[in-house]
Design a protein around this ligand. Structure first.
Ligand SMILES: [Zn+2]
Length: 286
């Protein structure tokens, strides 16, 4: 079978699985954001090419994504996260988000999103916050570094000024609205014992409740751009597919391997979603 033919068959099988599903779980990793034009922060070489000031300091993504900087060098810490906050705010989610949202709204039992991305782009694309589980937290949420007892608060009122020559934030830096201590993003960092997981925990409970209560009929799992480097999304999608007898559609140009019987689409997320949407066509009116 030619490569084109097997890809064509996989797309047909995937389109059929989506059309005959009653519920959809969307899994998303870094590759989903890359298609909107966001950098993949986990590629070491690419990261330094995109941010020369960090190459000069010898700081890669893993060393920067560490809560200790908020104590030892807050302007460096907020340079990194403030830049991302503003970048994610200014970037529009690609068409694939809209396509997924449309599919989800047509299914009898709707759907849920499981994402390791912290960019808030599912909500920005119109998904209800009640249908999203952000397993590593979100740049759109903040917590108090002094742990004064304040609940997680929104990042919306804050704007960061970052000097792009140095990647350092220019004060004022975000503060806790309750006690005035410095705020940090409610994102799970590396070696992070201070992350307030309460928001994510609530989202996780909602996902579990949805899986238990809504999934009687066929479940399709559409996993987009989730790699093996930080495998939480991949493993969760596989696990849920197995547990709930779902069909897994794995969209990944570099790591497309799937468990036997599941569907592999070695394509970029935005391309695959568009190709699937064309095949699904006018299935049910909006
Ligand atoms: Zn506080």
């Amino acid at each position: 079978m030619s490569h084109d033919q097997s890809m064509e068959d996989a797309l047909e099988r995937a389109a059929l699985a989506i059309r005959s599903a009653e519920a959809i779980l969307i899994g998303a990793g870094a590759g989903m954001g890359v298609d909107s034009g966001l950098p993949d922060f986990r590629g070491g070489g690419g990261f330094w090419k995109a941010y020369p000031p960090y190459a000069k300091l010898g700081l890669d993504f893993v060393s920067l994504a560490n809560p200790r900087w908020f104590a030892s060098d807050p302007e460096l810490a907020w340079g990194f996260y403030g830049h991302r906050l503003m970048l994610y705010r200014e970037t529009d989610p690609h068409e694939g988000f809209t396509i997924l949202h449309r599919w989800m709204s047509r299914l009898a039992h709707g759907g849920f999103v499981y994402t390791s991305n912290v960019d808030g782009h599912f909500q920005k694309a119109g998904f209800s916050p009640e249908q999203v589980y952000e397993v590593h937290g979100s740049i759109g949420a903040m917590q108090c570094l002094s742990e004064c007892g304040v609940e997680i608060f929104s990042a919306d009122p804050f704007s960061l000024n970052v000097d792009h020559q140095t990647m350092r934030a220019i004060p004022p830096l975000p503060k806790c609205p309750n006690c005035g201590a410095m705020a940090r993003p409610n994102i799970l960092m590396f070696g992070d014992w201070g992350w307030d997981s309460s928001r994510s925990d609530t989202q996780q409970r909602s996902l579990k409740a949805w899986l238990v209560s809504k999934v009687g009929g066929p479940l399709v799992i559409v996993e987009c751009g989730a790699g093996t480097a930080i495998p939480s999304v991949r493993l969760t999608c596989q696990d849920i597919a197995q547990r709930y007898d779902g069909t897994l559609i794995r969209i990944n140009p570099r790591e497309p391997e799937v468990p036997e019987g599941q569907i592999s689409l070695p394509m970029r997320a935005s391309d695959a979603l568009r190709a699937l949407d064309e095949r699904i066509g006018s299935w049910m009116p909006d």
